[in-house]
Design a protein around this ligand. Structure first.
Ligand code: UD1
Ligand code: MN
Length: 439
């Protein structure tokens, strides 16, 4: 019985112990199992995170590349009409090519012109130089070749038609002007049609250029693209002598109805139209007839970006001594591509000019001569060719007309500086168009 009791107590103790130990054993074993699976989970999650992170980094890289691309695109779009323009910008600015067409004949001094074009050229790809040579003058050709041989971005083409131009006796003295017109036709056709460039900057072989010559054309090119009422950009101010320009405003540009020439740019579509009617001689005066340019305007600078050193030329040098020699060539570099030039668009320029002119006090050239120097702008009025010419002479301006258009005039208005003030020479009548009978 005692033994039995002992066994029973032992069994109860063992059962009791087992009863106590069982749940603990579960508690101990289960946590150890969950820890390992947690670790596995953690590892899995770390792997996923790693993957996500690396994906994110790839995406960031792509984004960074995109940002860099956009920044570059924005930089290249500097060449635009900032501010008020209609936003027609040069999307292709990076591929933009504005060839320089140098018109040469028999002057070996074309080297001076080419040296400056090369010296100030900011980009060979953007501004290839194409020399077109007339006159079959070998010494001049050799000079041009010395440039083309050492630089593939400079090329030369020779005007093939050297035949004599048959002219009546009275016109023989103008033969040079006939040859020039024939050469321009060939050269512009070559650059814009044969080579297919979109636009061209024409430079005659006796022109010096300012340091910001290229920047001027690059900055104004979008105006030609955007404003259909413009047909050309010129680097020349026909009234560009020191005394009558604002030397403190090298960035100032104007619209003009008078074709200035002497370093000018046109687009292919304009040439295509002009070429159909191109005259046999005096092409520049032909371009000054509003009938031939659909009454469109050009842009010209306050301070010229070209200067001619061609004293002995087809027009015989008299004009040079009296007039061209004292024209002022700009010396202050202007970053035109960074300027807002939208004020030159017709829709802004015309109303602004009208407002300016209508608010100014009227005086006469003779009164102005007697007035002390000053900075207040004034207006002079003219009613006919004679009164225009009288006042132009007093002011020191060119007093001639082409097809009734005074030099630098825009909608009949000529502006200049006179002893510190800005002066506007304005028609006294409601201006509608130029009168060819004025000269
Ligand atoms: C003047 C104008 C010029 C215009 C020309 C045409 C000025 C300062 N000059 O010429 O802008 O283009 O009238 O009416 O207002 N040339 C030829 N073939 C020739 C002779 C000349 O191609 O047989 C070239 C010259 O190389 C030069 C250009 O034509 O590039 C003008 O000739 P130039 O002798 O300089 O005449 P300008 O009297 O200055
Ligand atoms: Mn000349």
């Amino acid at each position: 019985m005692r033994v039995y009791m002992k066994r029973l107590i032992l069994i109860v103790i063992v059962c009791g112990l087992l009863w106590i130990i069982m749940p603990y054993s579960q508690r101990i074993e289960i946590p150890s199992m969950s820890k390992s699976s947690d670790l596995q989970n953690m590892e899995k999650r770390i792997d996923i995170l790693k993957l996500e992170l690396s994906n994110q980094m790839d995406k960031s890289k792509v984004l960074l590349e995109k940002v860099a691309e956009l920044k570059e695109a924005l930089d290249s779009k500097r060449v635009n009409l900032k501010g008020k323009g209609d936003g027609k910008t040069l999307d292709t600015a990076r591929n933009l090519v504005l060839p320089i067409l140098v018109i040469a004949c028999d002057r070996v001094t074309v080297s001076r012109c080419l040296e400056n074009l090369v010296k100030y050229r900011p980009d060979k790809r953007m501004f290839p130089i194409i020399v077109s040579q007339d006159c079959g003058h070998n010494a001049t050709y050799r000079v041009i070749k010395s440039f083309t041989d050492s630089d593939p971005s400079i090329t030369v083409v020779r005007q093939p038609d050297q035949s004599a131009i048959a002219l009546p006796k009275t016109k023989v003295k103008f033969a040079g002007y006939y040859k020039i017109a024939r050469h321009f036709k060939f050269a512009l056709d070559h650059v814009l049609h044969t080579l297919g460039h979109d636009a061209v900057i024409i430079v005659e072989d006796d022109l010096d250029i300012s340091q910001d010559f290229y920047e001027y054309f690059l900055g104004t090119y979008p105006l030609l693209l955007e404003d259909d009422s413009l047909w050309c950009i010129s680097a020349w101010n026909d009234n560009g002598k020191r005394d009558v320009i604002d030397l403190s405003a090298p960035e100032l540009l104007h619209r003009t109805d008078f074709f200035p020439g002497l370093g000018w740019m046109i687009m292919r579509h304009t040439w295509t139209k002009l070429a159909e009617e191109w005259p046999p001689a005096f092409f520049d005066d032909w371009l000054r007839n509003p009938m031939n340019t659909d009454g469109k305007a050009c842009i010209r600078p306050e301070i010229s970006r070209t200067h001619t050193f061609g004293k002995i030329g087809v027009s015989k040098g008299l004009f040079y001594e009296n007039h061209l020699k004292s024209m002022h060539l700009n010396t202050k570099y202007v970053e035109f591509t960074k300027l807002d030039l939208s004020y030159l668009l017709k829709k802004f320029y015309d109303p602004a000019l009208e407002e300016t002119v209508s608010s100014l006090p009227v005086t006469t050239a003779d009164q102005l001569e007697a007035m002390p120097r000053g900075s207040d702008a004034v207006k002079l009025t003219y009613s006919n060719a004679r009164s225009f010419q009288h006042q132009a002479r007093v002011l020191g301006l060119m007093d001639d007309f082409r097809s009734g258009v005074p030099r630098t005039a825009y909608r009949g208005i000529v502006t200049c500086m006179y002893r510190g003030r800005r002066v506007y020479l304005v028609p006294s009548f409601p201006w509608e168009k130029y009168d060819p009978s004025w000269g």
